[in-house]
Design a protein around this ligand. Structure first.
Ligand SMILES: [Zn+2]
Length: 370
């Protein structure tokens, strides 16, 4: 195998053929790769699944620590990963997911494990696939924590998609498909239109529910004492401008939200996403203990090799973009010209125009190029 993941496969969980094309097409509705059943052979990750609905499963990843890992090839009720932390006095729940039934699945799994009250739920950031299931927490009266800008961003980005016709909401994306100058460009614009269409549907299928406990970045890090288990909430730049992570330093476990995608190209479309900020954040992740266990926002649980692989994706896009830039290729063309190398053939782009395209464009912008 000439896979780049080989040097990082200390635990061997990036070497499996988990992102096969067949599964990818099954997950077409939301084009995230399927998650293989194989897991990190880390003693903290239980091989026993506590609950499995196909679309997501829950496993123990530490003492009082649980990860909810989504498999979009089997259903899109959750779409993103999540998890929960259970101390002696209270529990803390992560993510609103993409639908209330998704949030309910995780909640019910938690209820089957412990009787301690839930202190709060938290959205790691405002994106639809982490927040459109917030209605579940609204309905059961759970305090909902998030970065202070999250509520505002949900309203400005998604509120505007409610109460308008789909054709009006997607007119610009439709036009971009029609006006694409090459077949490749047309494919990429079509992928964006399909993804936006799915987002429109997700937004309009729910009651947008806003976090009611804003966490100001200036007040972070914040220690949350659950009774014999201390979680630390921290803010880092890169993916959405509203990204929070939850660390459990005593056990070297980190819930990263979308600041880490495992086996998926970085999703940088957000107007507050920055390549430089995100790479700095990843450098910080890489500086943590070599045995750190990461529960990513999407994809399989990983160790430091997952962070290293993700950083190498940024490096490769930068390298190719730089060549295009030096050759005088304008950004409007460069966004379609990144070539996924053989070593990354199992890495999935979540809609080109959400991931690779904007990453190229942001490198151009950072270089002050037109
Ligand atoms: Zn996101």
């Amino acid at each position: 195998m000439t896979d780049l993941s080989m040097p990082f496969s200390r635990r061997g969980f990036l070497t499996r053929a988990s992102y096969a094309g067949a599964l990818y097409s099954a997950a077409k509705l939301f084009p995230f790769p399927a998650i293989a059943a194989e897991l990190a052979d880390d003693p903290r990750v239980s091989q026993t699944v506590i609950a499995d609905k196909g679309f997501a499963s829950v496993r123990k990843v530490g003492d009082g620590l649980y990860a909810t890992i989504s498999d979009p090839s089997k259903g899109t009720q959750t779409l993103c990963n999540g998890g929960f932390l259970v101390g002696k006095d209270s529990a803390f729940v992560l993510e609103g997911f993409i639908s209330a039934p998704g949030a309910a699945f995780q909640w019910e799994t938690l209820q089957g494990i412990t009787q301690v009250p839930v202190k709060a739920a938290m959205d790691t950031h405002y994106h639809y696939d982490h927040s459109t299931g917030n209605a579940f927490y609204g309905a059961n009266g759970t305090p909902l924590w998030a970065h202070a800008d999250t509520a505002k961003r949900i309203v400005t980005k998604y509120g505007v998609l409610q109460g308008v016709s789909k054709s009006a909401a997607l007119a610009r994306e439709e036009k971009a498909v029609k006006e694409a100058k090459t077949e490749l460009a047309k494919t990429h614009r079509q992928g964006y239109l399909d993804a936006m269409s799915n987002i429109f549907d997700a937004i309009n299928a729910t009651t947008l529910t806003l976090p009611n406990h804003p966490l100001s970045a200036s007040k972070l890090p914040l220690k949350v004492d659950l009774g014999g288990l201390t979680a630390v909430i921290e803010h880092y730049p890169g993916h959405s401008g509203t990204d929070l992570i939850v660390r459990v330093p005593e056990q070297n476990v980190v819930y990263t939200g979308d600041l880490l995608f495992s086996g998926i190209f970085p999703v940088t479309f957000d107007d507050r996403a920055t390549n430089s900020g995100w790479r700095q954040t990843l450098k910080t992740f890489a500086s943590w203990d070599k045995d750190t266990l990461f529960v990513p926002g999407h994809g399989a649980i990983c160790g430091q090799e997952g962070v290293a692989l993700f950083r190498s994706l940024f490096d490769d896009i930068e390298e190719q973009a730089e060549k295009l830039h030096k050759a005088g290729v304008p950004v409007s063309e460069a966004v379609d010209r990144y070539v996924i190398p053989e070593k990354f053939k199992n890495i999935s782009p979540f809609a080109w125009d959400f991931s690779i395209g904007p990453t190229v464009a942001k490198f151009y912008a950072e270089w002050g190029a037109k």
